[in-house]
Design a protein around this ligand. Sequence first.
Ligand code: MLT
Ligand code: MN
Length: 310
Amino acid sequence: MIIKVLGSAAGGGFPQWNCNGFHSSSVRAGVAGYKARLQSSLAVSADGVNWVLLNASPDIRQQINETPQLQPAKGGPLRNSPIKAVVLTNADVDHITGLLSLREGQPFSIYAADRVLATLKSNSIFNVLAQDKVSRIPFELDKPTALQGAGVDLGLTVEAFAVPGKVALFLEKGDASSNFGSRDGDTIGLKVTANETGKSFFYIPGVAEIDEPLADKIRNSELLFLDGTLFEDDEMLTQGLLNKTGKRMGHISVSGPDGSISAVRPLNVKRRIYIHINNSNPILDENSEARKVVDVSGWEVSFDGMEVRI
Ligand code: MLT
Ligand code: MN
């Protein structure tokens, strides 16, 4: 199975268009140790020919242009794409708006939890993806789903499971109905398995905490891509960027006693990679103390164009 990181940044990308904070201005200025990053998404393939995208970021057009495997086959039909399916982990802007760039009548499948599909249905702009060409397939949570799209069996099976999270920012109502920290399927994690080899990995780009059921899922796994939005829960506040903690945004932090380094340490996960990294996170600077903390803990920081084969 081939896994390509199409984007490693959180919503807004890195640098973010209107951000003049320390890290965004440093990457703009070309300071050594910083890399620009597109918004988070993975492309996965069992055969190297047909691909599924895990989330569709607003940067999808650039991501396809920079990834030859995702471009129409040379000498193929006038309209063709190796992208046969898109799997969504929630309805966040950085995960669904790339769908709009996949219009033009190309058949593929969208897999997501019921709640996310309901959000697409209630926003009429997504009707640009005609239902007869682009099928919407609800996941049955905690059950294996074999991926197919445009009449092709992708040779991949996905198990989707609810993780602690929340509704998308644009659906928040500021009260209990916003499901902060809930496990209602507004945010899911994915276990992706290659049918032929039985090899699997986890993709969890948004999660509020690693609770017991999630720890049980990922224990002893081979490969984990995890939410690396923030290094410290209050870094957006201390940098004066936004008046919100990571917890309020539905994101676990990397460091600290409740952070993901501590939570995953006892779980015997062989390879651990951070993704969905926010413009406030000091690990964006390869020469930072925070980056050293991550490195010595055995974690990797994904980057755009990173390829992993299992
Ligand atoms: C998030 O990951 O918290 C969202 O992408 C935030 C947003 O929609 O900007
Ligand atoms: Mn996001």
